[in-house]
Design a protein around this ligand. Structure first.
Ligand SMILES: Nc1nc2c(ncn2[C@@H]2O[C@H](COP(=O)(O)OP(=O)(O)OP(=O)(O)O)[C@@H](O)[C@H]2O)c(=O)[nH]1
Ligand SMILES: [Mg+2]
Length: 322
Protein backbone atom coordinates (compact mmCIF):
# COMPACT_ATOMS: atom_id res chain seq x y z
CA UNK A 1 0.00 0.00 0.00
CA UNK A 2 1.46 3.33 -0.98
CA UNK A 3 1.76 5.57 2.03
CA UNK A 4 2.76 8.76 0.24
CA UNK A 5 0.17 10.92 -1.41
CA UNK A 6 0.75 11.56 -5.06
CA UNK A 7 0.01 14.98 -6.42
CA UNK A 8 -1.74 14.81 -9.78
CA UNK A 9 1.40 15.60 -11.70
CA UNK A 10 3.31 12.63 -10.25
CA UNK A 11 0.43 10.33 -11.13
CA UNK A 12 0.45 11.77 -14.65
CA UNK A 13 4.17 11.06 -14.96
CA UNK A 14 3.75 7.52 -13.65
CA UNK A 15 0.80 6.86 -15.96
CA UNK A 16 2.81 8.24 -18.88
CA UNK A 17 5.58 5.76 -18.12
CA UNK A 18 3.03 2.93 -17.83
CA UNK A 19 1.63 3.97 -21.22
CA UNK A 20 5.04 3.46 -22.82
CA UNK A 21 4.87 -0.14 -21.65
CA UNK A 22 6.94 0.16 -18.49
CA UNK A 23 5.63 -2.71 -16.39
CA UNK A 24 7.06 -1.52 -13.08
CA UNK A 25 5.27 1.80 -13.56
CA UNK A 26 2.02 -0.03 -14.38
CA UNK A 27 2.36 -2.16 -11.25
CA UNK A 28 2.84 1.00 -9.18
CA UNK A 29 -0.12 2.73 -10.78
CA UNK A 30 -2.28 -0.29 -9.89
CA UNK A 31 -1.02 -0.19 -6.30
CA UNK A 32 -2.24 3.39 -6.07
CA UNK A 33 -5.61 2.28 -7.40
CA UNK A 34 -5.80 -0.61 -4.94
CA UNK A 35 -4.85 1.66 -2.05
CA UNK A 36 -7.66 4.11 -2.76
CA UNK A 37 -7.72 7.74 -1.65
CA UNK A 38 -6.08 10.66 -3.41
CA UNK A 39 -3.53 8.61 -5.38
CA UNK A 40 -6.33 6.45 -6.82
CA UNK A 41 -8.24 9.57 -7.80
CA UNK A 42 -5.21 11.10 -9.49
CA UNK A 43 -4.72 7.91 -11.51
CA UNK A 44 -8.38 7.84 -12.51
CA UNK A 45 -8.17 11.42 -13.77
CA UNK A 46 -4.99 10.67 -15.71
CA UNK A 47 -6.27 7.57 -17.54
CA UNK A 48 -9.97 8.17 -18.02
CA UNK A 49 -9.90 9.83 -21.44
CA UNK A 50 -7.83 6.97 -22.88
CA UNK A 51 -10.22 4.20 -21.89
CA UNK A 52 -13.05 2.45 -23.71
CA UNK A 53 -11.13 0.05 -25.96
CA UNK A 54 -10.89 -3.18 -24.01
CA UNK A 55 -13.33 -6.04 -23.47
CA UNK A 56 -13.64 -7.13 -19.85
CA UNK A 57 -14.40 -10.78 -19.11
CA UNK A 58 -15.36 -11.66 -15.52
CA UNK A 59 -14.80 -15.25 -14.42
CA UNK A 60 -16.59 -16.25 -11.27
CA UNK A 61 -17.78 -19.37 -9.46
CA UNK A 62 -17.30 -21.45 -6.35
CA UNK A 63 -13.84 -21.88 -4.79
CA UNK A 64 -11.84 -24.52 -6.60
CA UNK A 65 -14.18 -24.69 -9.61
CA UNK A 66 -11.21 -24.23 -11.93
CA UNK A 67 -11.38 -20.49 -12.63
CA UNK A 68 -7.62 -19.96 -12.55
CA UNK A 69 -6.92 -22.96 -14.73
CA UNK A 70 -9.51 -21.74 -17.23
CA UNK A 71 -8.11 -18.21 -17.09
CA UNK A 72 -4.68 -19.59 -17.79
CA UNK A 73 -6.02 -21.42 -20.86
CA UNK A 74 -7.82 -18.31 -22.08
CA UNK A 75 -4.66 -16.26 -21.71
CA UNK A 76 -2.77 -18.78 -23.84
CA UNK A 77 -5.54 -18.71 -26.47
CA UNK A 78 -5.63 -14.92 -26.66
CA UNK A 79 -1.85 -14.85 -26.98
CA UNK A 80 -2.00 -17.42 -29.80
CA UNK A 81 -4.11 -14.86 -31.62
CA UNK A 82 -1.40 -12.24 -31.06
CA UNK A 83 -3.47 -10.00 -28.79
CA UNK A 84 -2.35 -8.64 -25.44
CA UNK A 85 -4.22 -9.70 -22.31
CA UNK A 86 -4.30 -8.64 -18.66
CA UNK A 87 -5.58 -10.64 -15.70
CA UNK A 88 -6.91 -9.23 -12.44
CA UNK A 89 -7.26 -11.82 -9.68
CA UNK A 90 -9.61 -10.44 -7.04
CA UNK A 91 -9.75 -11.78 -3.52
CA UNK A 92 -12.50 -9.98 -1.64
CA UNK A 93 -12.35 -12.24 1.38
CA UNK A 94 -8.77 -11.74 2.42
CA UNK A 95 -7.16 -8.53 3.61
CA UNK A 96 -3.86 -10.01 2.41
CA UNK A 97 -2.95 -11.89 -0.72
CA UNK A 98 -4.07 -15.35 0.31
CA UNK A 99 -2.77 -18.76 -0.59
CA UNK A 100 -5.12 -19.21 -3.51
CA UNK A 101 -3.86 -16.11 -5.23
CA UNK A 102 -0.28 -17.02 -4.49
CA UNK A 103 -1.02 -20.37 -6.13
CA UNK A 104 -2.46 -18.57 -9.12
CA UNK A 105 0.73 -16.59 -9.47
CA UNK A 106 2.78 -19.74 -9.49
CA UNK A 107 0.53 -21.34 -12.08
CA UNK A 108 0.64 -18.23 -14.23
CA UNK A 109 4.43 -18.29 -14.10
CA UNK A 110 4.72 -19.58 -17.66
CA UNK A 111 3.34 -16.24 -18.88
CA UNK A 112 5.72 -14.27 -16.67
CA UNK A 113 8.26 -13.69 -19.42
CA UNK A 114 5.60 -12.74 -21.99
CA UNK A 115 5.38 -8.97 -22.40
CA UNK A 116 1.89 -9.35 -23.85
CA UNK A 117 0.54 -10.70 -20.56
CA UNK A 118 0.09 -8.72 -17.36
CA UNK A 119 -1.16 -10.46 -14.22
CA UNK A 120 -2.03 -8.72 -11.04
CA UNK A 121 -3.90 -9.61 -7.86
CA UNK A 122 -6.10 -7.08 -6.10
CA UNK A 123 -6.51 -7.73 -2.41
CA UNK A 124 -8.57 -4.56 -1.94
CA UNK A 125 -7.56 -4.05 1.63
CA UNK A 126 -10.93 -2.91 2.77
CA UNK A 127 -10.64 0.73 1.80
CA UNK A 128 -13.86 2.67 1.48
CA UNK A 129 -15.72 1.93 -1.69
CA UNK A 130 -14.05 -1.50 -1.75
CA UNK A 131 -14.22 -3.65 -4.82
CA UNK A 132 -16.93 -1.69 -6.52
CA UNK A 133 -14.50 1.20 -6.70
CA UNK A 134 -11.12 -0.47 -7.20
CA UNK A 135 -11.94 -3.23 -9.70
CA UNK A 136 -13.34 -0.99 -12.44
CA UNK A 137 -10.60 1.55 -11.75
CA UNK A 138 -7.90 -1.10 -12.17
CA UNK A 139 -9.57 -2.50 -15.29
CA UNK A 140 -9.61 0.99 -16.78
CA UNK A 141 -5.90 1.45 -16.18
CA UNK A 142 -5.25 -1.80 -18.05
CA UNK A 143 -7.59 -0.60 -20.79
CA UNK A 144 -5.77 2.73 -21.05
CA UNK A 145 -2.33 1.15 -21.36
CA UNK A 146 -3.53 -1.00 -24.24
CA UNK A 147 -4.76 -4.43 -23.16
CA UNK A 148 -7.68 -5.27 -25.45
CA UNK A 149 -8.67 -8.15 -23.16
CA UNK A 150 -8.96 -7.87 -19.40
CA UNK A 151 -9.88 -11.04 -17.51
CA UNK A 152 -11.11 -10.65 -13.93
CA UNK A 153 -11.10 -13.74 -11.75
CA UNK A 154 -12.90 -13.54 -8.43
CA UNK A 155 -12.67 -16.03 -5.59
CA UNK A 156 -15.80 -17.45 -4.07
CA UNK A 157 -19.52 -17.03 -4.61
CA UNK A 158 -21.32 -14.19 -2.95
CA UNK A 159 -22.59 -10.68 -3.27
CA UNK A 160 -19.14 -9.37 -4.11
CA UNK A 161 -18.90 -11.69 -7.10
CA UNK A 162 -22.22 -10.47 -8.36
CA UNK A 163 -20.93 -6.94 -7.95
CA UNK A 164 -17.73 -7.69 -9.82
CA UNK A 165 -19.70 -9.41 -12.55
CA UNK A 166 -21.59 -6.17 -13.04
CA UNK A 167 -18.30 -4.60 -14.10
CA UNK A 168 -17.61 -7.12 -16.84
CA UNK A 169 -18.68 -6.96 -20.48
CA UNK A 170 -19.04 -10.73 -20.46
CA UNK A 171 -19.53 -12.71 -17.26
CA UNK A 172 -18.54 -16.36 -17.17
CA UNK A 173 -19.96 -18.46 -14.33
CA UNK A 174 -18.05 -21.66 -13.66
CA UNK A 175 -19.72 -24.65 -12.03
CA UNK A 176 -18.68 -28.27 -11.64
CA UNK A 177 -20.53 -31.52 -12.24
CA UNK A 178 -22.36 -32.73 -9.20
CA UNK A 179 -25.71 -32.45 -7.62
CA UNK A 180 -26.51 -28.96 -6.39
CA UNK A 181 -23.65 -26.92 -7.84
CA UNK A 182 -25.91 -25.25 -10.36
CA UNK A 183 -28.50 -24.63 -7.65
CA UNK A 184 -25.84 -23.01 -5.45
CA UNK A 185 -24.86 -20.70 -8.28
CA UNK A 186 -28.50 -19.78 -8.78
CA UNK A 187 -28.97 -19.09 -5.08
CA UNK A 188 -25.96 -16.79 -5.15
CA UNK A 189 -27.66 -14.74 -7.85
CA UNK A 190 -25.25 -15.85 -10.55
CA UNK A 191 -27.99 -17.07 -12.89
CA UNK A 192 -28.98 -13.48 -13.56
CA UNK A 193 -25.46 -12.23 -14.20
CA UNK A 194 -24.14 -15.15 -16.27
CA UNK A 195 -23.59 -14.55 -19.98
CA UNK A 196 -21.82 -17.86 -20.44
CA UNK A 197 -21.97 -20.93 -18.23
CA UNK A 198 -19.03 -23.28 -18.00
CA UNK A 199 -19.37 -26.76 -16.59
CA UNK A 200 -15.70 -27.37 -15.86
CA UNK A 201 -14.20 -30.68 -14.73
CA UNK A 202 -16.29 -32.34 -17.41
CA UNK A 203 -13.98 -35.33 -16.98
CA UNK A 204 -15.95 -36.08 -13.80
CA UNK A 205 -19.30 -37.85 -13.54
CA UNK A 206 -22.57 -35.95 -13.52
CA UNK A 207 -21.89 -33.51 -16.39
CA UNK A 208 -25.12 -34.27 -18.22
CA UNK A 209 -27.16 -33.78 -15.06
CA UNK A 210 -25.55 -30.44 -14.29
CA UNK A 211 -26.05 -29.20 -17.86
CA UNK A 212 -29.69 -30.30 -17.73
CA UNK A 213 -30.12 -28.61 -14.36
CA UNK A 214 -28.70 -25.32 -15.67
CA UNK A 215 -30.73 -25.61 -18.83
CA UNK A 216 -33.92 -26.06 -16.81
CA UNK A 217 -33.18 -23.05 -14.64
CA UNK A 218 -32.42 -20.90 -17.68
CA UNK A 219 -35.66 -22.03 -19.26
CA UNK A 220 -37.59 -21.01 -16.15
CA UNK A 221 -35.79 -17.69 -15.94
CA UNK A 222 -36.59 -16.92 -19.58
CA UNK A 223 -34.20 -14.92 -21.72
CA UNK A 224 -35.34 -11.39 -21.20
CA UNK A 225 -32.02 -9.96 -22.21
CA UNK A 226 -32.27 -11.28 -25.76
CA UNK A 227 -29.38 -13.60 -25.09
CA UNK A 228 -29.60 -17.11 -23.81
CA UNK A 229 -26.37 -18.00 -21.97
CA UNK A 230 -24.73 -20.95 -23.69
CA UNK A 231 -23.50 -23.81 -21.51
CA UNK A 232 -19.98 -24.93 -22.37
CA UNK A 233 -18.38 -28.11 -21.06
CA UNK A 234 -14.66 -27.87 -20.37
CA UNK A 235 -11.76 -29.78 -18.90
CA UNK A 236 -9.49 -26.88 -18.05
CA UNK A 237 -6.61 -29.14 -17.07
CA UNK A 238 -6.26 -30.64 -20.56
CA UNK A 239 -7.76 -27.79 -22.59
CA UNK A 240 -10.87 -29.62 -23.85
CA UNK A 241 -13.72 -27.28 -24.62
CA UNK A 242 -11.59 -24.14 -24.52
CA UNK A 243 -12.22 -23.50 -28.24
CA UNK A 244 -15.96 -23.71 -27.58
CA UNK A 245 -15.56 -21.31 -24.65
CA UNK A 246 -13.64 -18.82 -26.80
CA UNK A 247 -16.37 -19.11 -29.45
CA UNK A 248 -19.03 -18.45 -26.80
CA UNK A 249 -17.15 -15.38 -25.56
CA UNK A 250 -16.84 -14.02 -29.09
CA UNK A 251 -20.50 -14.75 -29.82
CA UNK A 252 -21.57 -12.89 -26.70
CA UNK A 253 -19.34 -9.96 -27.55
CA UNK A 254 -20.74 -9.89 -31.08
CA UNK A 255 -24.29 -9.95 -29.77
CA UNK A 256 -23.61 -7.20 -27.23
CA UNK A 257 -21.97 -4.96 -29.80
CA UNK A 258 -24.53 -5.42 -32.54
CA UNK A 259 -27.57 -5.11 -30.26
CA UNK A 260 -26.33 -2.00 -28.46
CA UNK A 261 -26.43 -3.89 -25.16
CA UNK A 262 -22.73 -3.26 -24.64
CA UNK A 263 -23.30 0.50 -24.62
CA UNK A 264 -26.27 0.19 -22.26
CA UNK A 265 -24.30 -2.04 -19.93
CA UNK A 266 -21.35 0.31 -19.84
CA UNK A 267 -23.66 3.20 -19.09
CA UNK A 268 -25.22 1.27 -16.20
CA UNK A 269 -21.74 0.51 -14.97
CA UNK A 270 -20.77 4.15 -14.98
CA UNK A 271 -23.92 4.92 -13.00
CA UNK A 272 -23.08 2.21 -10.44
CA UNK A 273 -19.58 3.47 -10.10
CA UNK A 274 -20.64 7.06 -9.67
CA UNK A 275 -23.06 5.98 -6.96
CA UNK A 276 -20.30 4.06 -5.20
CA UNK A 277 -18.01 7.09 -5.29
CA UNK A 278 -20.71 9.39 -3.97
CA UNK A 279 -21.51 6.88 -1.21
CA UNK A 280 -17.84 6.69 -0.31
CA UNK A 281 -17.50 10.45 -0.11
CA UNK A 282 -20.68 10.87 1.92
CA UNK A 283 -19.54 8.12 4.29
CA UNK A 284 -16.33 10.08 4.88
CA UNK A 285 -18.39 13.18 5.62
CA UNK A 286 -20.67 11.15 7.92
CA UNK A 287 -17.71 9.80 9.87
CA UNK A 288 -16.34 13.32 10.35
CA UNK A 289 -19.69 14.76 11.47
CA UNK A 290 -20.21 11.88 13.91
CA UNK A 291 -17.32 12.99 16.13
CA UNK A 292 -15.85 16.09 17.70
CA UNK A 293 -16.84 18.68 20.35
CA UNK A 294 -20.09 19.80 18.71
CA UNK A 295 -21.13 16.17 18.27
CA UNK A 296 -20.45 15.48 21.95
CA UNK A 297 -22.48 18.55 22.95
CA UNK A 298 -25.41 17.38 20.87
CA UNK A 299 -25.20 13.87 22.34
CA UNK A 300 -25.41 15.41 25.79
CA UNK A 301 -28.28 17.65 24.71
CA UNK A 302 -30.28 14.75 23.26
CA UNK A 303 -29.60 12.75 26.40
CA UNK A 304 -30.76 15.69 28.53
CA UNK A 305 -33.95 15.92 26.42
CA UNK A 306 -33.22 19.51 25.44
CA UNK A 307 -33.14 18.56 21.75
CA UNK A 308 -34.57 15.62 19.82
CA UNK A 309 -32.26 13.34 17.82
CA UNK A 310 -33.60 14.38 14.38
CA UNK A 311 -33.08 18.06 15.02
CA UNK A 312 -29.58 17.33 16.32
CA UNK A 313 -28.83 15.15 13.28
CA UNK A 314 -30.06 17.84 10.90
CA UNK A 315 -27.62 20.28 12.44
CA UNK A 316 -24.73 17.80 12.09
CA UNK A 317 -25.56 16.66 8.57
CA UNK A 318 -26.13 20.14 7.26
CA UNK A 319 -27.13 20.51 3.62
CA UNK A 320 -26.48 16.78 2.98
CA UNK A 321 -29.70 15.97 4.88
CA UNK A 322 -33.21 16.77 3.76
N1 LIG B 1 -10.27 -33.09 -12.87
C1 LIG B 1 -10.19 -31.79 -13.15
N2 LIG B 1 -9.55 -30.96 -12.30
C2 LIG B 1 -9.50 -29.66 -12.61
C3 LIG B 1 -10.06 -29.14 -13.80
N3 LIG B 1 -9.87 -27.80 -13.81
C4 LIG B 1 -9.19 -27.51 -12.70
N4 LIG B 1 -8.95 -28.62 -11.97
C5 LIG B 1 -8.25 -28.71 -10.69
O1 LIG B 1 -9.05 -28.12 -9.68
C6 LIG B 1 -8.24 -27.47 -8.71
C7 LIG B 1 -8.68 -26.02 -8.57
O2 LIG B 1 -8.41 -25.34 -9.76
P1 LIG B 1 -8.24 -23.76 -9.82
O3 LIG B 1 -8.05 -23.40 -11.23
O4 LIG B 1 -7.20 -23.31 -8.84
O5 LIG B 1 -9.66 -23.33 -9.29
P2 LIG B 1 -10.13 -21.86 -8.87
O6 LIG B 1 -11.57 -21.81 -9.17
O7 LIG B 1 -9.26 -20.84 -9.47
O8 LIG B 1 -9.88 -21.90 -7.31
P3 LIG B 1 -9.92 -20.65 -6.28
O9 LIG B 1 -9.23 -19.49 -6.95
O10 LIG B 1 -9.20 -21.14 -5.09
O11 LIG B 1 -11.37 -20.38 -6.00
C8 LIG B 1 -6.80 -27.61 -9.20
O12 LIG B 1 -6.22 -28.69 -8.54
C9 LIG B 1 -6.97 -27.90 -10.67
O13 LIG B 1 -5.90 -28.64 -11.21
C10 LIG B 1 -10.73 -30.06 -14.68
O14 LIG B 1 -11.28 -29.68 -15.73
N5 LIG B 1 -10.76 -31.35 -14.29
MG1 LIG C 1 -8.21 -19.20 -8.57
Amino acid sequence: VPTETVPGRDADALVARALTGERAALARVLSFVDGGGDPARAVSRAVHARTGQSWVVGITGAPGAGKSTLTDRLVARVRDGGERVAVLAVDPTSPFSGGAILGDRVRMQEHATDDGVFIRSLATRGHLGGLSASVPAAARVLDAVGYPWVLIETVGVGQVEVEVAAHADTTVVVVNPGWGDAVQAAKAGLLEVADVFVVNKADRPGVRDTVRELDGMLELAGHGRGWRPPIVETVATDGSGIDALVDALRAHRGHQESSGSATARRRARVADELRAIVAEQLATVAAARGAGPRFDELVAAVDARTIDPYTAAAELAGPAAR
